[in-house]
Design a protein around this ligand. Structure first.
Ligand code: GTP
Length: 468
């Protein structure tokens, strides 16, 4: 059985993305906005979909999201609650009493996390008590503001410390390069360190790519967060399709993410999606009808990626696709073979494309229910463009010592700027590892390192015993 997943929404972005995610999920599982099941026949639900991965079901056939909502100011959460009256468990909502927000400073968000950690962990524990076979967390946040980044960072540390056997995934939104707030590069680097050290997989989005995509998909130059968040929610819904409509493949978080993450640090995953149909975005008409073959190949097009890339020929370490709609296995096989000829894998990789053919919801019937759409999660070295942009923007500020006073009262900054320097180093070493992963000897080097730890550098015989 697929285990339950708890969603944590932190800060404005996290809660606004969450709003679109739950809006999509209730459509797919036949649940009204206040949590009532719309299913007339209970056996319908049991056979096709399993809402209980993401929702608690109570006696009167009502569903409550397994979600915890946090913010330092009330407006984003109030909007979520007003949009779904009575859907969320009131006890799973936490808003800071001073309601002041983190003023975009990571240190303020982090310190609020420290001060309230016991209460937060209690809330998480209570939610876990309501599961049968708890599998892991997904955290929704932005890396750039003060709350999603700072409080989110502290939360990640606490979760990985307390529940280290559970899988922790993040859906992390990066600022566009013309970011609105000058200290965002500091927040981003401090958060990236926690993503590297404390999450098992981070699906990354960049707002610049999302805005470009939204302009095209909605045919509207004045894009809104609501629109970008619908794009993100389409990805989230597709990644979790094989968990919520379970079959015998990819029906747990580890079975998806272990195919994608070759070493602990290389866990940044770039999503692509095409085409956006009205199964995901009501009323959208962005596409021509295509086959699974076209969709799988189109997913490699950089205009469909949710992270900007500098390179036209990225190196792919691993790939997972979720395809929805009427498909023909021969079409998929042909597309896999064609992709393998076209794209670059490092010599040590298996060059496998993992493809799940997901199920469409019987509740979410739209004019596009007979159309194919696809989502790709790629572990690619082109993510270095995102990481490097974050570092360069950080370096410009940090070299001048600009705005450091905004952090000096924070508990992590009592030794001055050390935390900044260390975080920057951790991010650099992840960038270096992505470059190293393009080399033929990469896996040998990784195995050597592991042997050094396990066998103290000793040689192993054919049975795997130390040679003395
Ligand atoms: P404070 O406002 O400092 O308390 O922190 P916060 O975490 O609530 O801030 P927020 O989530 O607003 O983070 C700011 C960053 O997130 C900026 O880069 C924004 O462009 C981006 N952002 C904010 N809301 C959204 C959203 O709904 N969708 C997307 N895609 N980006 C968002």
């Amino acid at each position: 059985m697929t285990g339950e997943i708890i969603t944590l929404q932190i800060g404005q972005c996290g809660n606004q993305v969450g709003k679109q995610f739950w809006s999509q999920l209730i459509k797919e599982h036949g649940i009204s906005r206040d949590g009532q099941s719309l299913s007339t026949n209970e056996s319908d639900t049991v056979e096709e979909d399993d809402p209980t991965i993401f929702f608690k079901q109570n006696d009167s056939n009502r569903y409550t999201p397994r979600a915890l909502l946090f913010d330092l100011e009330p407006s984003a959460i109030a909007d979520v609650q007003n949009s779904f009256p009575g859907l969320f468990n009131e006890r799973n909502v936490w808003v800071s009493k001073d309601e002041l927000g983190a003023g975009n400073a990571w240190s303020k968000g982090y310190d609020h996390g420290l001060e309230n950690q016991e209460e937060f962990i209690n809330m998480v524990d209570k939610e876990i008590d309501a599961t049968e076979s708890f599998e892991g967390f997904q955290l929704l946040h932005s890396v750039a503001g003060g709350t999603g980044s700072g409080l989110g960072s502290n939360f990640l540390e606490a979760l990985s410390d307390r529940y280290h056997k559970k899988i922790i995934t993040t859906y992390s939104v990066f600022p566009s390069s013309e970011s609105e707030v000058v200290i965002q590069p500091y927040n981003t680097i401090l958060t990236l360190r926690r993503l590297i050290e404390h999450s098992d997989a981070s699906v990354v989005f960049d707002n610049k790519a999302l805005l470009n995509l939204a302009t095209r998909v909605f045919r509207d130059r004045n894009t809104s967060y609501e629109q970008t968040n619908q794009l993100i929610a389409s990805v989230l819904s597709s990644i979790t399709n094989s968990l919520r409509f379970p079959s015998y493949m990819y029906n747990s978080l580890p079975s998806i993410f272990s195919t994608l993450v070759p070493t602990a640090d290389l866990h940044f995953l770039v999503p692509s999606f095409t085409p956006f149909t009205s199964d995901f975005i009501p009323g959208v008409r962005d596409f021509k009808k295509s086959s699974a073959y076209d969709v799988i190949l189109d997913l490699f097009d950089k205009s469909n990626s949710m992270v900007l890339r500098n390179n036209d020929t990225p190196v792919y370490l691993s790939i997972y696709n979720s395809i929805l709609g009427p498909t023909d296995q021969a079409d998929i096989t042909r597309a896999i073979l064609k992709s393998q000829q076209r794209i670059k894998f490092p010599p040590w990789s298996s060059s496998a494309l993992h493809v799940n053919v997901g199920k469409k919801s019987a509740y979410n019937v739209t004019p596009d229910s007979d159309k194919v759409s696809g989502m790709m999660l790629a572990n690619t070295t082109s993510v270095n463009a995102l990481l490097q942009t974050a570092c360069s923007s950080f370096d410009v500020l940090f070299k001048r010592g600009a705005f450091l006073h905004m952090y000096q009262d924070g508990k992590m900054f009592q030794n001055g700027a050390e935390e900044f320097i260390e975080s920057r180093e951790v991010v650099q070493s992840c960038i270096n590892e992505y470059y190293a992963a393009e080399q033929e000897t990469f896996m040998d080097d990784v195995l050597m390192e592991e042997e050094n730890i396990v066998g103290n550098g000793g040689m192993l015989d054919a049975d795997g015993d130390d040679i003395i």
